[in-house]
Structures are given as C-alpha cells and as structure tokens.
Write a protein of this length. Structure first.
Length: 263
C-alpha cells in the first residue's frame, strides 16, 4: 500500500468503515456491535481496506455476509466479559478468505479460528499460521480433523505379500476412518493422511504399535484383511505379513484441532 497516494488511502480507509453496514442493516444489534468490537482494529488496518472493493461483487458480498453471520452466532455464545479483540495478524487474512470460501467445512474452520481468537480463554490457541494451514486442507481432510476432536491416534495396518525376498504391498496404511467419516473421495484417504503428516498435525509412529491387539480388530474387520489374505495366499504370494502401527496427533496438531474444529 506504500505506493498508493495518501488521498487514495484516505478514500479506502473511509470505505473500510462501511464493511459492516454492507452486511447488516441494523448496526445497533448487540451481535453486530460485538462483531465490530472484536474486529475493530482488523477492519481499520491498511491490509484490510481493499475488502470493500471485493464486496462490490454481489456473489462475494453474499458469501461474506453468510460467513460473517456464522461468526456472529458463534461470538454471541461467548460471555461479553470474555470477548477479546482479534489480532490483525490473524483476523485480516481470515476476513479475506471469507469472501471466497464456498465450502462449508473449510469455512467452519476459519470461523471457529476467528471465534477462538475472540475469546480471552481460548485466544492462546489461535496461532496465525493456522490460517495458511487451513488453506492446505481439502473438505475431506477437514471432516477427518472434526472426527479427531476427542482422539489422539489413528490406528492403521499394513498388509504385505511375501514373494521370495520381496514384500509386495497389498493394503497400505489402512484404517477404520471411513467407518465414521463419509469422504467425498474415499480413494484419497492415504494421501489425506500423508498431507496431515506433512503439515505437522499427525506423526507416523511406526514401528511402534498399540500393545492391545484388540484395538486393531476393528480395522481387520472393516478392511476385510483376513479375506485379503485368503485371496492372495498362496495363489499369488508364498505368505503374507500384517504390520500394525498408528498415527499420533502432535502437540501442534492438537492445538490446531482445538482452535479450528470447536469453540
């Protein structure tokens, strides 16, 4: 913004003050006032002043209004004395994302993060890097994270055929996730887990495994691993080997899940 003439900057700054009136007709509503108070600095800073220009587009304006209303409803659940002003480092990029995020699962992560940043008791969870991390998630991955609110592990099994001195993968890192989460693209599950691992949310704990083998029974039944063995041994392979392990949620991943999946 440093190359923009001062007179233009003044015009844009004045435009920034019109953001809430573009979304709400009654600015006296307590919920609207709460939004204005929580996002006051964010709306005023130079990095946000182009937002009114984006809202000239009617589709962007309607989408932004929908997302801001979702945030307002969550904000109203926070006691007034516990509400905090959102830091611009976090609030500014989130508002920008809310002008074009069409997927409800991803938008929910953004509004949850914004809500937690507005809560004195949970603001410590709202790390600025989480904004860019949400951008790297698919809707299916968002669903997986939602299902992990109360879980610290994702158990998995590998099932390999033995051909001479070679191990040939039959089933790779299979889980029971899809028993509980409906994925739009179920064949991408392993890629999703790899992405969550690359982001530091999950950590592959191999070669560790859970001591209680019964914990893996659900995966064995759901993925029909016994049947896979019957189909491949000895018709294709001399023998087969089952390996058990798990993904664990990292401390950083737990913080991300807490900040973005619940308020």
């Amino acid at each position: 913004m440093s190359n923009i003439p001062p007179e233009i900057q003044n015009v844009l700054t004045d435009c920034a003050k019109t953001i809430l009136p573009q979304v709400y007709t009654d600015l006296a509503q307590p919920g609207v006032k709460a939004v204005g108070q929580a996002l006051g600095t964010v709306l005023e800073l130079s990095s946000t002043i182009l937002l009114p220009l984006k809202l000239v587009n009617e589709k962007a304006k309607l989408l932004f209004a929908k997302r801001l209303n979702e945030y307002k409803e969550k904000l109203e659940s926070i006691p007034e004395e516990k509400r905090a002003e959102v830091s611009p480092e976090l609030g500014t990029p989130i508002l920008d994302k809310l002008t074009y995020t069409t997927n409800d699962e991803i938008a929910r992560l953004f509004t949850n993060l914004l809500t937690n940043a507005s809560n004195e008791e949970r603001a410590n969870l709202a790390h600025p890097s989480f904004v860019s991390m949400i951008e790297r998630l698919s809707p299916d991955e968002a669903c997986i994270l939602n299902a992990m609110q109360k879980s610290n592990d994702i158990l998995y099994c590998d099932f390999d055929g033995i051909l001479g001195d070679t191990y040939v993968p039959i089933l790779k890192h299979v889980t029971a996730i899809q028993k509980y989460v409906t994925l739009q693209y179920p064949k991408n599950e392993l890629a999703y887990l790899s992405n969550l691992e690359s982001m530091g949310i999950l950590k592959d704990s191999y070669p560790k495994e859970k001591v209680d083998e019964r914990l893996y029974a659900e995966i064995m039944a759901f993925q029909r691993i016994d049947l896979a063995g019957e189909q491949n041994v000895p018709s294709k392979y001399k023998d087969a080997m089952l390996t058990r392990s798990f993904y664990s949620v990292t401390p950083f991943g737990r913080m991300f899940i807490e900040a973005c999946t619940r308020v």
